[in-house]
Design a protein around this ligand. Structure first.
Ligand code: SAM
Length: 288
């Protein structure tokens, strides 16, 4: 009898009592970088998957959801974004979406781990495409917290595409970091950040709301459904002093989206309007 080869599983254990298993068809790369454990493997459902310190970061098949929502919501809400800062985002997905806005003239990307950029370019090239070679891209390999504390550059939108608040990403969830981001934003600038899955990470919403609320007049959240960030809707942090930016009319969003001439697979002006409507339990967490 020919024995079927045993299926190998990637076990994501972000939570104590719930975990996510992805079958591994093939491990393409694995190393302990200077900052974190990095693996790229193939899964029949998600395609190629990048995980850092055992946590899924980006998958080929569903990355468009998160990257479109973290990028087009702030940029189209702002309406005049020219200079964008990305903190983290080593896979290049956010960078790709930002550069699709021809109105954006300059993107600085501060990623702490060069290996993430190199390995994603090598093993998941569909995510970044040619974004790192775009003349508007300025890639810095550094700690994002140190960068915003020291830079003299100013930005209209800051997108914090970080790992979770453990390891190198922890510093990107502090009051000091949000205060420094505020210092780097132009008047009416917008900061957005990866803010976890509230059903399984309920503490992250009140924590970041309090910490961002000290530096921004309008600190809230918007929601997106990212299949590989399991546990329900994901919260994305939103912070600005321009309260109007949180409530841009559908007509204006449709006009700006049409002018940007961008084809998307998740984002739409209607989703943009709807994503700020928080589920009651998330609104309660944000009001804590
Ligand atoms: N979309 C993913 C998510 O929502 O969890 C995040 C993807 S991206 C790969 C996360 C990036 O943040 C990683 O490349 C990691 O190296 C980077 N990172 C973590 N801490 C950082 C820091 N302090 N400064 C700059 N980049 C950092």
């Amino acid at each position: 009898m020919v024995r079927k080869p045993k299926t190998r599983w990637f076990d994501e254990r972000l939570y104590p009592h719930v975990r996510q298993g992805l079958s591994i068809s093939k491990i393409l790369f694995r190393e302990r970088t200077a900052h974190q454990d990095l693996i790229v493997f193939e899964n029949p459902t998600y395609g190629r998957v990048l995980a850092l310190d055992g946590i899924v970061q980006v998958t080929q098949k569903d990355e468009y959801v998160y990257h479109e929502m973290m990028t087009h919501v702030p940029i189209l809400a702002h309406g005049r974004a020219r200079r964008v800062l990305i903190v983290g985002g080593g896979d290049g997905g956010i960078l790709r979406e930002v550069l699709r806005h021809k109105s954006v003239t300059h993107v600085t990307m501060v990623e702490i781990d060069r290996a993430v950029v190199d390995m994603c370019l090598k093993w998941m090239p569909s995510v970044a495409g040619k974004s790192f070679a775009d003349r508007r891209t300025n890639l810095l390999i550094a700690d994002g917290a140190k960068f915003v504390a020291e830079t003299r550059e100013r930005f209209d939108v800051i997108i914090v595409d970080s790992t979770d608040p453990i390891g190198p990403g922890e510093v990107l969830f502090t009051e000091r970091f949000y205060r420094d981001c505020k210092r780097c934003l132009t008047a009416g600038g917008i900061l957005v950040n990866q803010n976890g899955v509230p059903f399984l990470q309920p503490g992250e919403v009140p924590m970041t709301r309090k910490r961002r609320g000290k530096s921004f007049a309008a600190a809230s959240f918007y929601m997106a459904a990212v299949p590989s960030y399991y546990g329900g809707l994901m919260a994305l942090g939103w912070a600005t002093d321009d309260r109007k930016a949180t409530d841009v009319s559908l007509a204006t969003l449709r006009r700006r989206f049409a002018a940007a001439r961008i084809k998307t697979r998740y984002y739409s002006p209607e989703i943009h309007r709807g994503c700020f409507a928080l589920p009651a339990f998330v609104a309660a967490l944000a009001a804590r």
